[in-house]
Write a protein that binds this ligand. Structure first.
Ligand code: ATP
Ligand code: MG
Length: 396
């Protein structure tokens, strides 16, 4: 069966009054972005409902996949739309719909009618009862039965400006539309965790930018490309991402030369946070986001997180903080980043890493070690900020 339209359902909690328009408009923008590569669709808002109408031939599965990546959608209903509202016509279309949609008719159903057009000459209950009768007349011999309490199929008919008929609701991703919750800066590495963190924060409606630190020639062009690819993959959910690529080599070298080697990672991470926060502030972000999870590695013990966090003035959100690695992996598989994340390219963190990094750093000790960078760090930071490369990432 071919559908030309979708009815989009969204959770209405917190979407009252003025917020409702912001929510709907952001949802529509994201739907347009997701559907752009699928084909031409008109997306329209009509009395508390959003519809997507195909204006040309399109691939149904691709359209559903695209809509399933739009945060804020709770359900996707493929619908039949009819302009003619005359009851005889409706009952014919409904019967044809059931026949075409279901090969096997041995199930129970209930008809539910909503009549938004109050000028319509029949009441909802009356239309529902009559439609039920007509369906039984035609399909009871093939096994169709009514069950008003727990039907296998709920057939919904909405009489509005036009008549809308549907019986399927494909679950959407839930969450809030990107763009309703401000903007945050994701520290995006080539690993498994940070793409998942970006996905999770944007699921709450937050738009993201990203910062990636590389260390050429110690990290390769391939390693950078891997991060660009990951950003592209999460952009399918988040919308376009501005990616800041920062050359971190000289800062890392300076730390390596001047600071105790077991403190390298933690000091490095403090400078990463400072730089990311600089770009975050410049572009109006209100928080930083990382893929950290307590206890995963030495730099993510409570003590390490405390010391890393100390340089930040903005809130730092860590959506993976309480998750086991396996849970994070499951999400990365679901969102399609896993295969890219496990490609074995070098990361700037791993190149200068010490054999036995401190697992319980003390803030005063780390701050003392950082003093050894006093004569060069300001200039190095300045250069790193000035030489950033900005890449605009589009999902397609
Ligand atoms: P991931 O799987 O996200 O790489 P990880 O387990 O490898 O995480 P770390 O290397 O300790 O953990 O990094 C912790 C967090 O710091 C990452 O999730 C990411 O947010 C940030 N980060 C680490 N390396 C980089 C980098 N090269 N560029 C940008 N952010 C980074
Ligand atoms: Mg990493």
């Amino acid at each position: 069966m071919e559908f030309k339209s979708f009815l989009i359902k969204y959770a209405e909690i917190g979407v009252k009054g003025k917020n409702r328009y912001r929510f709907e408009d952001a949802l529509i923008t994201q739907m347009k972005y997701a559907l752009a590569p699928v084909g031409e669709f008109e997306i329209r808002k009509e009395s508390g409902r959003i519809f997507a109408d195909a204006l040309e031939e399109y691939d149904y599965d691709e359209a559903v996949d695209a809509l399933r990546r739009v945060f804020g959608i709770s359900g996707i209903c493929p619908i039949v739309v009819e302009e003619e509202k005359d009851f005889d016509h409706i009952q014919k279309v409904v019967c044809d719909y059931v026949e075409e949609r279901y090969e096997d008719l041995t199930f129970t159903f209930k008809v539910q009618v909503r009549r938004a057009d109050k000028r319509y000459p029949m009441k909802s209950m009356e239309v529902a009862a009559l439609l039920g009768e007509k369906l039984l007349e035609r399909f009871e011999p093939q096994g169709l039965h009514v069950d008003v309490h727990q039907p296998d199929v709920m057939l919904t008919v909405e009489i509005r400006d036009m008549v809308y008929i549907y019986s399927d609701e494909i679950p959407g991703p839930g969450g809030m539309p990107v763009g309703t919750g401000g903007k945050a800066m994701l520290l995006l590495s080539g690993g498994i965790d940070s793409p998942v963190a970006g996905y999770m924060i944007s699921k709450r409606g937050v738009r993201i930018e990203a910062t990636y630190f590389h260390a050429p020639p110690y990290t390769s062009e391939r390693a950078k490309q891997k991060v660009v690819d990951l950003a592209k993959q999460i952009a399918r959910y988040t919308g376009p991402i501005t990616l800041h690529v920062v050359n971190f080599t000289d800062i890392q070298m300076a730390i390596y030369e001047k600071c105790p080697h077991d403190e390298l990672t933690i000091i490095m991470r403090r400078y990463m946070m400072k730089i990311a926060e600089h770009f975050a502030r410049e572009s109006g972000c209100l928080a930083l986001v990382t893929g950290e999870s307590i206890g995963q590695v030495a730099s993510q013990t409570m003590q390490s997180l405390y010391v890393t966090n100390e340089v930040c003035e903005m809130p730092v959100f860590r959506p993976c903080i309480g998750m086991d690695k396996q849970d994070i992996i499951s999400i990365s598989e679901k969102i399609g980043t896993y295969e890219t994340s496990i490609l074995p390219y070098e990361d700037c963190c791993t190149i200068f890493v010490a054999k036995h990094p401190v697992t319980k750093p003390r803030l005063d000790v780390i701050q003392k070690s950082e003093k050894k960078l006093a004569d060069c760090i300001d200039e190095l930071m300045q250069t790193a900020l000035e030489t950033e490369e900005v890449i605009r990432i589009q999902a397609h």
